[in-house]
Design a protein around this ligand. Structure first.
Ligand code: G6P
Length: 362
Protein backbone atom coordinates (compact mmCIF):
# COMPACT_ATOMS: atom_id res chain seq x y z
CA UNK A 1 0.00 0.00 0.00
CA UNK A 2 1.36 3.40 -1.00
CA UNK A 3 0.99 4.79 2.50
CA UNK A 4 3.44 2.21 3.86
CA UNK A 5 6.16 2.95 1.35
CA UNK A 6 8.15 6.08 1.85
CA UNK A 7 9.24 8.24 -1.02
CA UNK A 8 12.09 9.46 1.15
CA UNK A 9 13.73 12.42 -0.52
CA UNK A 10 12.27 11.53 -3.90
CA UNK A 11 9.69 13.87 -5.43
CA UNK A 12 7.96 10.92 -7.14
CA UNK A 13 7.65 7.17 -6.69
CA UNK A 14 8.44 6.74 -10.37
CA UNK A 15 11.86 8.36 -9.96
CA UNK A 16 12.59 6.26 -6.88
CA UNK A 17 11.50 3.09 -8.65
CA UNK A 18 13.65 3.82 -11.72
CA UNK A 19 16.60 4.37 -9.39
CA UNK A 20 15.96 1.01 -7.75
CA UNK A 21 16.45 -0.89 -11.00
CA UNK A 22 20.14 -1.82 -10.51
CA UNK A 23 19.30 -3.13 -7.02
CA UNK A 24 16.36 -5.10 -8.45
CA UNK A 25 18.68 -6.79 -10.96
CA UNK A 26 21.06 -7.75 -8.14
CA UNK A 27 18.18 -8.97 -5.99
CA UNK A 28 16.99 -11.24 -8.80
CA UNK A 29 20.48 -12.71 -9.28
CA UNK A 30 20.54 -13.43 -5.55
CA UNK A 31 16.99 -14.75 -5.27
CA UNK A 32 17.45 -17.16 -8.16
CA UNK A 33 20.92 -18.44 -7.21
CA UNK A 34 21.43 -21.69 -5.29
CA UNK A 35 24.07 -22.37 -2.64
CA UNK A 36 26.64 -23.15 -5.32
CA UNK A 37 25.94 -19.73 -6.78
CA UNK A 38 24.28 -21.12 -9.92
CA UNK A 39 20.99 -19.83 -11.29
CA UNK A 40 18.10 -22.05 -10.31
CA UNK A 41 14.30 -22.17 -10.26
CA UNK A 42 12.03 -24.56 -8.35
CA UNK A 43 12.21 -28.12 -9.67
CA UNK A 44 8.48 -28.42 -10.46
CA UNK A 45 8.52 -25.19 -12.50
CA UNK A 46 11.61 -26.34 -14.36
CA UNK A 47 9.92 -29.63 -15.14
CA UNK A 48 6.79 -27.89 -16.43
CA UNK A 49 8.90 -25.68 -18.70
CA UNK A 50 10.95 -28.63 -19.94
CA UNK A 51 7.86 -30.67 -20.75
CA UNK A 52 6.00 -27.92 -22.58
CA UNK A 53 6.06 -28.10 -26.36
CA UNK A 54 4.83 -24.50 -26.62
CA UNK A 55 4.49 -21.56 -24.26
CA UNK A 56 1.57 -19.14 -24.37
CA UNK A 57 2.46 -15.85 -22.73
CA UNK A 58 -0.58 -13.82 -21.67
CA UNK A 59 -0.29 -10.24 -20.39
CA UNK A 60 -1.45 -6.63 -20.65
CA UNK A 61 0.25 -3.26 -20.97
CA UNK A 62 3.88 -3.08 -19.96
CA UNK A 63 3.81 -6.75 -18.95
CA UNK A 64 2.82 -7.62 -22.52
CA UNK A 65 5.87 -5.73 -23.76
CA UNK A 66 8.05 -7.73 -21.36
CA UNK A 67 6.42 -10.88 -22.76
CA UNK A 68 7.52 -9.97 -26.29
CA UNK A 69 11.12 -9.91 -25.06
CA UNK A 70 10.59 -13.10 -23.04
CA UNK A 71 9.51 -14.93 -26.20
CA UNK A 72 12.97 -14.27 -27.64
CA UNK A 73 14.57 -15.87 -24.59
CA UNK A 74 12.52 -19.04 -24.60
CA UNK A 75 12.93 -19.45 -28.34
CA UNK A 76 16.58 -18.45 -28.72
CA UNK A 77 18.01 -19.84 -25.49
CA UNK A 78 15.70 -22.73 -24.57
CA UNK A 79 14.41 -23.59 -28.08
CA UNK A 80 10.75 -23.67 -27.05
CA UNK A 81 8.21 -22.09 -29.46
CA UNK A 82 6.30 -19.22 -27.86
CA UNK A 83 3.19 -17.19 -28.63
CA UNK A 84 2.55 -13.88 -26.89
CA UNK A 85 -1.03 -12.66 -26.52
CA UNK A 86 -2.71 -9.54 -25.17
CA UNK A 87 -4.94 -10.96 -22.46
CA UNK A 88 -8.12 -9.07 -23.43
CA UNK A 89 -7.86 -10.38 -27.01
CA UNK A 90 -6.92 -13.98 -26.28
CA UNK A 91 -10.48 -15.28 -25.92
CA UNK A 92 -11.59 -13.91 -29.30
CA UNK A 93 -8.66 -15.39 -31.17
CA UNK A 94 -7.99 -18.51 -29.21
CA UNK A 95 -5.13 -20.17 -31.10
CA UNK A 96 -5.13 -23.87 -31.86
CA UNK A 97 -3.23 -25.11 -28.85
CA UNK A 98 -0.28 -27.49 -29.04
CA UNK A 99 -0.24 -30.96 -27.44
CA UNK A 100 1.51 -29.85 -24.26
CA UNK A 101 0.95 -26.14 -23.76
CA UNK A 102 2.13 -24.20 -20.72
CA UNK A 103 0.54 -20.81 -20.07
CA UNK A 104 2.68 -18.04 -18.62
CA UNK A 105 0.85 -15.07 -17.12
CA UNK A 106 3.00 -11.98 -16.66
CA UNK A 107 1.48 -9.45 -14.28
CA UNK A 108 3.16 -6.98 -11.94
CA UNK A 109 0.10 -6.84 -9.66
CA UNK A 110 -1.22 -10.33 -10.27
CA UNK A 111 -4.69 -8.77 -10.24
CA UNK A 112 -5.39 -7.78 -13.85
CA UNK A 113 -8.92 -8.97 -14.65
CA UNK A 114 -8.25 -9.36 -18.38
CA UNK A 115 -5.48 -11.83 -17.58
CA UNK A 116 -7.45 -13.58 -14.90
CA UNK A 117 -10.34 -14.39 -17.24
CA UNK A 118 -7.87 -16.17 -19.52
CA UNK A 119 -6.46 -18.07 -16.54
CA UNK A 120 -9.95 -19.19 -15.49
CA UNK A 121 -10.71 -20.36 -19.03
CA UNK A 122 -7.49 -22.32 -19.59
CA UNK A 123 -7.74 -23.93 -16.14
CA UNK A 124 -11.25 -25.09 -17.07
CA UNK A 125 -9.70 -26.64 -20.15
CA UNK A 126 -7.27 -28.51 -17.89
CA UNK A 127 -4.07 -26.64 -18.75
CA UNK A 128 -1.25 -25.62 -16.42
CA UNK A 129 -0.33 -22.02 -15.65
CA UNK A 130 2.77 -20.26 -14.39
CA UNK A 131 2.39 -16.71 -13.10
CA UNK A 132 5.30 -14.28 -13.13
CA UNK A 133 4.35 -11.56 -10.66
CA UNK A 134 5.62 -9.06 -8.15
CA UNK A 135 2.95 -9.91 -5.60
CA UNK A 136 3.08 -13.20 -3.70
CA UNK A 137 -0.45 -14.23 -2.80
CA UNK A 138 -2.04 -12.21 -5.60
CA UNK A 139 -5.08 -13.63 -7.40
CA UNK A 140 -3.18 -14.84 -10.46
CA UNK A 141 -0.49 -16.39 -8.29
CA UNK A 142 -3.00 -18.20 -6.08
CA UNK A 143 -5.03 -19.50 -8.98
CA UNK A 144 -2.15 -20.76 -11.10
CA UNK A 145 -0.05 -23.88 -10.61
CA UNK A 146 3.30 -22.17 -10.30
CA UNK A 147 4.68 -18.73 -9.46
CA UNK A 148 7.94 -16.97 -10.20
CA UNK A 149 8.36 -13.80 -8.16
CA UNK A 150 9.86 -10.59 -9.51
CA UNK A 151 11.49 -9.48 -6.24
CA UNK A 152 11.16 -5.87 -7.40
CA UNK A 153 9.63 -4.56 -4.17
CA UNK A 154 6.29 -2.70 -4.21
CA UNK A 155 5.75 -0.61 -7.33
CA UNK A 156 3.55 2.38 -6.55
CA UNK A 157 3.84 4.67 -9.58
CA UNK A 158 1.17 3.81 -12.14
CA UNK A 159 3.75 3.77 -14.95
CA UNK A 160 5.64 0.52 -14.55
CA UNK A 161 9.43 0.70 -14.65
CA UNK A 162 11.28 -1.59 -12.25
CA UNK A 163 8.69 -4.35 -12.70
CA UNK A 164 9.33 -4.35 -16.47
CA UNK A 165 13.07 -4.94 -16.10
CA UNK A 166 12.39 -7.50 -13.36
CA UNK A 167 9.95 -9.38 -15.63
CA UNK A 168 12.50 -9.51 -18.43
CA UNK A 169 15.30 -10.64 -16.10
CA UNK A 170 13.17 -13.39 -14.51
CA UNK A 171 12.05 -14.64 -17.93
CA UNK A 172 15.72 -14.73 -18.98
CA UNK A 173 16.58 -16.78 -15.88
CA UNK A 174 13.71 -19.20 -16.54
CA UNK A 175 14.72 -19.66 -20.20
CA UNK A 176 18.38 -20.05 -19.29
CA UNK A 177 17.93 -22.73 -16.63
CA UNK A 178 15.45 -24.56 -18.89
CA UNK A 179 18.08 -24.64 -21.64
CA UNK A 180 20.66 -26.01 -19.21
CA UNK A 181 18.24 -28.66 -17.95
CA UNK A 182 17.53 -29.68 -21.55
CA UNK A 183 21.24 -30.00 -22.24
CA UNK A 184 21.20 -27.15 -24.76
CA UNK A 185 24.58 -25.45 -25.00
CA UNK A 186 24.40 -21.85 -23.75
CA UNK A 187 27.43 -19.78 -24.67
CA UNK A 188 27.17 -17.10 -22.02
CA UNK A 189 27.03 -16.76 -18.25
CA UNK A 190 23.67 -15.14 -17.53
CA UNK A 191 24.52 -14.36 -13.92
CA UNK A 192 27.60 -12.47 -14.96
CA UNK A 193 25.78 -10.67 -17.77
CA UNK A 194 22.95 -9.61 -15.45
CA UNK A 195 25.53 -8.20 -13.03
CA UNK A 196 26.92 -6.15 -15.94
CA UNK A 197 23.35 -5.04 -16.74
CA UNK A 198 22.94 -3.79 -13.15
CA UNK A 199 26.07 -1.67 -13.52
CA UNK A 200 25.01 -0.44 -16.94
CA UNK A 201 21.58 0.65 -15.68
CA UNK A 202 23.36 2.46 -12.86
CA UNK A 203 25.58 4.28 -15.38
CA UNK A 204 22.49 5.45 -17.31
CA UNK A 205 20.73 6.59 -14.15
CA UNK A 206 23.74 8.68 -13.22
CA UNK A 207 23.25 10.65 -16.42
CA UNK A 208 19.84 12.04 -15.49
CA UNK A 209 20.90 15.59 -16.33
CA UNK A 210 21.64 14.58 -19.94
CA UNK A 211 18.29 12.80 -20.22
CA UNK A 212 16.45 15.79 -18.79
CA UNK A 213 18.12 17.91 -21.45
CA UNK A 214 17.08 15.43 -24.16
CA UNK A 215 13.47 15.60 -22.92
CA UNK A 216 13.67 19.37 -23.15
CA UNK A 217 15.33 19.42 -26.59
CA UNK A 218 13.10 16.85 -28.23
CA UNK A 219 9.75 16.95 -26.45
CA UNK A 220 9.22 20.41 -25.00
CA UNK A 221 6.81 21.55 -27.70
CA UNK A 222 6.10 18.17 -29.30
CA UNK A 223 2.54 17.09 -30.00
CA UNK A 224 3.59 13.61 -31.00
CA UNK A 225 6.64 11.38 -31.02
CA UNK A 226 7.83 8.16 -32.63
CA UNK A 227 10.01 5.40 -31.28
CA UNK A 228 11.68 3.10 -33.76
CA UNK A 229 13.83 0.02 -33.53
CA UNK A 230 14.39 -3.36 -35.12
CA UNK A 231 14.47 -6.80 -33.53
CA UNK A 232 14.27 -6.47 -29.71
CA UNK A 233 14.76 -2.71 -30.04
CA UNK A 234 11.30 -2.68 -31.64
CA UNK A 235 9.75 -4.18 -28.50
CA UNK A 236 11.50 -1.60 -26.33
CA UNK A 237 10.23 1.10 -28.71
CA UNK A 238 6.69 -0.02 -27.92
CA UNK A 239 7.42 0.29 -24.21
CA UNK A 240 9.14 3.67 -24.64
CA UNK A 241 6.11 5.00 -26.50
CA UNK A 242 3.76 3.62 -23.84
CA UNK A 243 5.73 5.30 -21.02
CA UNK A 244 5.61 8.66 -22.82
CA UNK A 245 1.88 8.37 -23.55
CA UNK A 246 0.99 7.30 -20.02
CA UNK A 247 2.65 10.10 -18.12
CA UNK A 248 3.17 13.06 -20.49
CA UNK A 249 0.02 12.61 -22.65
CA UNK A 250 2.13 13.17 -25.76
CA UNK A 251 0.74 11.01 -28.57
CA UNK A 252 3.47 8.44 -29.15
CA UNK A 253 3.85 5.29 -31.20
CA UNK A 254 6.49 2.62 -31.38
CA UNK A 255 7.25 1.16 -34.79
CA UNK A 256 9.45 -1.45 -36.37
CA UNK A 257 12.05 0.43 -38.43
CA UNK A 258 11.24 -1.48 -41.59
CA UNK A 259 7.51 -0.79 -41.25
CA UNK A 260 7.85 3.01 -41.33
CA UNK A 261 7.78 3.17 -45.11
CA UNK A 262 4.48 1.27 -45.14
CA UNK A 263 2.54 4.16 -43.70
CA UNK A 264 3.91 5.83 -40.61
CA UNK A 265 6.47 7.90 -42.46
CA UNK A 266 3.55 9.96 -43.83
CA UNK A 267 3.25 11.45 -40.34
CA UNK A 268 6.79 12.83 -40.22
CA UNK A 269 6.86 16.62 -40.39
CA UNK A 270 9.39 19.33 -39.72
CA UNK A 271 10.54 18.84 -36.11
CA UNK A 272 8.72 15.56 -35.37
CA UNK A 273 10.71 13.81 -32.63
CA UNK A 274 11.86 10.30 -33.52
CA UNK A 275 13.70 8.22 -30.93
CA UNK A 276 15.76 5.49 -32.57
CA UNK A 277 17.31 2.59 -30.69
CA UNK A 278 20.51 1.05 -32.01
CA UNK A 279 21.54 -1.85 -29.78
CA UNK A 280 21.58 -4.74 -32.25
CA UNK A 281 24.67 -5.01 -34.43
CA UNK A 282 23.06 -7.06 -37.18
CA UNK A 283 20.41 -4.41 -37.85
CA UNK A 284 22.35 -1.26 -36.91
CA UNK A 285 22.84 -0.25 -40.55
CA UNK A 286 19.17 -0.77 -41.38
CA UNK A 287 17.87 1.28 -38.48
CA UNK A 288 20.36 4.03 -39.28
CA UNK A 289 18.94 3.94 -42.81
CA UNK A 290 15.48 4.52 -41.30
CA UNK A 291 16.84 7.47 -39.32
CA UNK A 292 18.12 8.99 -42.58
CA UNK A 293 14.68 8.49 -44.15
CA UNK A 294 12.93 10.40 -41.37
CA UNK A 295 15.53 13.15 -40.97
CA UNK A 296 15.35 13.75 -44.74
CA UNK A 297 11.67 14.56 -44.11
CA UNK A 298 12.41 16.97 -41.29
CA UNK A 299 12.33 14.69 -38.23
CA UNK A 300 14.31 15.60 -35.14
CA UNK A 301 16.07 12.29 -34.51
CA UNK A 302 17.37 11.26 -31.11
CA UNK A 303 19.69 8.29 -31.60
CA UNK A 304 20.22 6.11 -28.55
CA UNK A 305 22.94 3.64 -29.44
CA UNK A 306 25.12 1.11 -27.72
CA UNK A 307 28.88 1.20 -27.32
CA UNK A 308 30.43 -0.84 -30.09
CA UNK A 309 27.92 0.39 -32.68
CA UNK A 310 27.78 4.08 -31.74
CA UNK A 311 28.62 6.94 -34.08
CA UNK A 312 29.96 10.38 -33.21
CA UNK A 313 26.72 12.28 -33.61
CA UNK A 314 24.55 9.91 -31.60
CA UNK A 315 22.55 11.62 -28.88
CA UNK A 316 23.04 9.14 -26.04
CA UNK A 317 25.41 6.18 -25.86
CA UNK A 318 24.71 3.18 -23.64
CA UNK A 319 27.34 0.90 -22.11
CA UNK A 320 27.91 -2.39 -23.98
CA UNK A 321 25.42 -5.06 -22.94
CA UNK A 322 24.90 -8.70 -23.96
CA UNK A 323 22.81 -8.57 -27.17
CA UNK A 324 19.94 -10.58 -25.66
CA UNK A 325 19.79 -8.40 -22.55
CA UNK A 326 19.84 -4.95 -24.18
CA UNK A 327 16.12 -4.28 -23.42
CA UNK A 328 17.04 -4.08 -19.73
CA UNK A 329 19.31 -1.13 -20.50
CA UNK A 330 17.80 0.56 -23.57
CA UNK A 331 14.48 1.06 -21.78
CA UNK A 332 16.04 3.10 -18.96
CA UNK A 333 16.82 6.30 -20.92
CA UNK A 334 13.33 6.10 -22.43
CA UNK A 335 11.76 5.88 -18.96
CA UNK A 336 13.75 8.87 -17.75
CA UNK A 337 13.10 10.94 -20.88
CA UNK A 338 9.36 10.29 -20.41
CA UNK A 339 9.60 11.25 -16.74
CA UNK A 340 11.27 14.58 -17.50
CA UNK A 341 8.93 15.30 -20.41
CA UNK A 342 5.99 14.78 -18.04
CA UNK A 343 7.61 17.00 -15.40
CA UNK A 344 8.18 19.80 -17.91
CA UNK A 345 4.48 19.61 -18.74
CA UNK A 346 3.54 19.63 -15.07
CA UNK A 347 1.77 16.31 -15.32
CA UNK A 348 0.93 14.19 -12.31
CA UNK A 349 3.74 11.68 -12.90
CA UNK A 350 2.76 9.07 -10.32
CA UNK A 351 -0.98 9.19 -10.94
CA UNK A 352 -1.68 9.94 -14.59
CA UNK A 353 -5.24 10.83 -15.51
CA UNK A 354 -7.61 8.00 -16.46
CA UNK A 355 -5.16 5.23 -15.49
CA UNK A 356 -5.11 2.76 -12.63
CA UNK A 357 -2.18 0.78 -11.28
CA UNK A 358 -4.07 -2.45 -11.67
CA UNK A 359 -7.25 -2.82 -13.64
CA UNK A 360 -9.62 -5.25 -11.97
CA UNK A 361 -12.43 -4.94 -14.50
CA UNK A 362 -12.49 -6.60 -17.94
C1 G6P B 1 -2.50 -1.23 -15.91
C2 G6P B 1 -1.28 -0.38 -15.58
C3 G6P B 1 -0.12 -0.71 -16.51
C4 G6P B 1 0.16 -2.20 -16.47
C5 G6P B 1 -1.08 -3.02 -16.82
C6 G6P B 1 -0.88 -4.49 -16.55
O1 G6P B 1 -3.05 -0.80 -17.11
O2 G6P B 1 -1.59 0.99 -15.67
O3 G6P B 1 1.05 -0.02 -16.08
O4 G6P B 1 1.21 -2.52 -17.36
O5 G6P B 1 -2.18 -2.61 -16.01
O6 G6P B 1 -0.73 -4.66 -15.17
P1 G6P B 1 -0.14 -5.93 -14.51
O7 G6P B 1 -0.24 -5.70 -13.02
O8 G6P B 1 -1.01 -7.10 -14.95
O9 G6P B 1 1.26 -6.11 -14.97
Amino acid sequence: DASDIEKGTYPHYMLKEMDEQPAVMRKIIQAYANEAGELEIEADILEALQQADRLYIIAAGTSYHAGLVGKQYFEKIAQIPVEVHISSEFGYNMPLLSEKPLFIFISQSGETADSRQVLVKIKEMGHKALTVTNVAGSTLSRESDYTLLLHAGPEIAVASTKAYVAQIAVLAVAAYVTAQAKGIAVDFDLKQELAIVANNIQAVIERKADLEQIAEDFLKIARNAFFIGRNVDFYVSLEGALKLKEISYIQAEGFAGGELKHGTIALIEEGTPVFALVSQKDVALNIRGNVKEVTARGANACIISMEGMAEDDDTFILPATHPLLTPLVTVVPLQLISYYAALHRRCDVDKPRNLAKSVTVE
